[in-house]
Design a protein around this ligand. Structure first.
Ligand code: ADP
Ligand code: ASP
Ligand code: MG
Length: 410
């Protein structure tokens, strides 16, 4: 008998028929002799709809109230799924993040899970119940409800698997695995049978929304194997795990893009030690992640500093940076929201020169201008105009001949 932690995304439970189908799937696994904990997202587009509701009231909802609101979607889906399982004759209980004790820090809207208390979960499992857990939410030490950032139910799944000592966390979604590019954008993209934690972390952080980045981080840290599978078809899926040296033969594993990004420039920043530290410490203290950073050459003792952040952080970043203008003495803050970051990822890049050049060539051939570039050992990212995003992903996919991975994969 195994302990299986499963996670079902919003599209897998988009309506009551799909909820019933997920219930049947869970009950089949239970009756095959397993203990099941299923983490569930809100039905379909519920979270988007809740956010729209908030926007009708205010452009800047207090973060605590925002989390109170958007965490409700998952309470609907867990209770409906528990009812459907109950109808099938199995003992089941649904639990919220707070009922279990999923403890997070107090960074509302993108909280980090600090620990998951296993006691309640274990107690219910001992009574032979199926346990349905509300994804995406937790509670601070002060008992305030938090959410984990968009797509955060994957992270709930892996954190619960870690707390219970499960060896595998199954992520059920609307695609049958992780592909060399978003299969909605690149029709010839190939499903990968295996991806290393490192590559998957880059993929997820760079915009492949199929997994929440933090879920991969936790899985890697605690050695939890993940598998991404379709909740509609019975396919083997993609395994995320430590993979051997051989995999490094594949130089580029995939291409991804992230349009939830915005470019900010501080013009005329005094060229003095400590200035960059002051800017980026301030943003970090506000929980704003900064990504690509460049500082241009000095002119008359002044610099321009350009960087990217998530679009959702723009309003707070503007307030934060405007507040520093007197102290820093920069002349102007400008920003561009019509940008996209397109990236290639591959463990084999470390040992293969010329990969970045090949990517730039693919973009140049299509006359796509590169605004900013950043690299790490296993990724290269370019900031481009968002209108060219899909085209850029397709030409890069072609340039690296990623279709061939379909054959090497089977
Ligand atoms: P869920 O609601 O199940 O959490 P998501 O919408 O968050 O599902 O993630 C699944 C989507 O991720 C897919 O429909 C697909 O369009 C998108 N996606 C982006 N990049 C990739 C990729 N490289 N491989 C697979 N899916 C991807
Ligand atoms: N319902 C949340 C969202 O839409 C969490 C999730 O689906 O993972 O972001
Ligand atoms: Mg998701």
């Amino acid at each position: 008998m195994g302990l299986i932690v499963q996670k079902y995304g919003g599209s897998s439970v988009a309506d009551t028929d799909r909820v019933k189908r997920v219930a049947e799937r869970i009950v089949r696994r239970k009756r095959a002799g397993n203990q099941i904990v299923a983490v569930v997202s809100a039905l379909g587009d519920t979270t988007d709809e809740l956010i729209e509701l908030a926007k009708k009231i205010t452009d800047d909802p207090p973060k605590r109230e925002y989390d109170m609101l958007i965490s409700t979607g998952e309470q609907v889906s867990v209770s409906l799924l528990a009812m459907a399982i109950n109808e099938l004759g199995e003992d089941v209980i649904s639990l919220t993040g707070s009922q279990i004790g999923i403890i997070t820090n107090d960074l509302h809207a993108k909280a980090k899970i600090l620990k998951v208390n296993p006691e309640r979960l274990e107690q219910e499992l001992t009574q032979d119940k199926i346990v349905i857990v509300a994804g995406f939410q937790g509670v601070t030490f002060d008992n305030e409800i938090t959410t984990l950032g968009r797509g955060g139910s994957d992270t709930t799944g892996v954190a619960v698997a870690t707390a219970l000592g499960a060896d595998l966390c199954e992520i059920y979604t609307d695609v049958d695995g992780v592909y060399t590019a978003d299969p909605r954008v690149v029709k010839s993209a190939c499903k990968l049978n295996e991806v290393s934690y490192e590559e998957m972390l880059e993929f997820a952080s760079l915009g492949a929304e199929v997994l929440h980045p933090r879920s991969v981080e936790i899985a890697k840290e605690y050695g939890i194997e993940m598998v991404v599978k379709s909740s509609f078809y019975c396919c083997p899926g993609t395994y995320i795990k430590e993979v051997g040296e051989l995999e490094k033969d594949i130089v580029v594993t995939g291409v991804t893009c992230n349009g939830d990004t915005v470019k900010l420039s501080l013009i005329g920043v005094p060229d003095e030690p400590g200035i960059a530290s002051r800017i980026f410490t301030g943003l970090a203290e506000d929980g704003i992640n900064v990504d690509m950073i460049i500082q241009n050459v000095d002119y008359d003792g002044l610099n321009d500093i350009t960087f990217t952040i998530d679009k959702e952080d723009l309003d707070h970043a503007k307030i934060n940076l405007k507040g520093l203008q007197g102290e820093l003495g920069y002349t102007e803050l400008i920003y561009d929201t019509e940008v996209t970051k397109v990236s290639i990822v591959g463990a084999g890049m470390v040992t293969n020169p010329g990969v970045a050049a090949k990517m730039f060539e693919a973009l140049a051939d299509e006359d796509i201008n590169i605004d900013l570039i950043s690299t790490s050992e296993i990724k290269v990212s370019c900031l481009i105009n968002e209108e060219r995003a899909d085209q850029a992903v397709k030409v890069i996919h072609d340039k690296f001949n990623l279709e061939r991975l379909c054959d090497s994969n089977v």
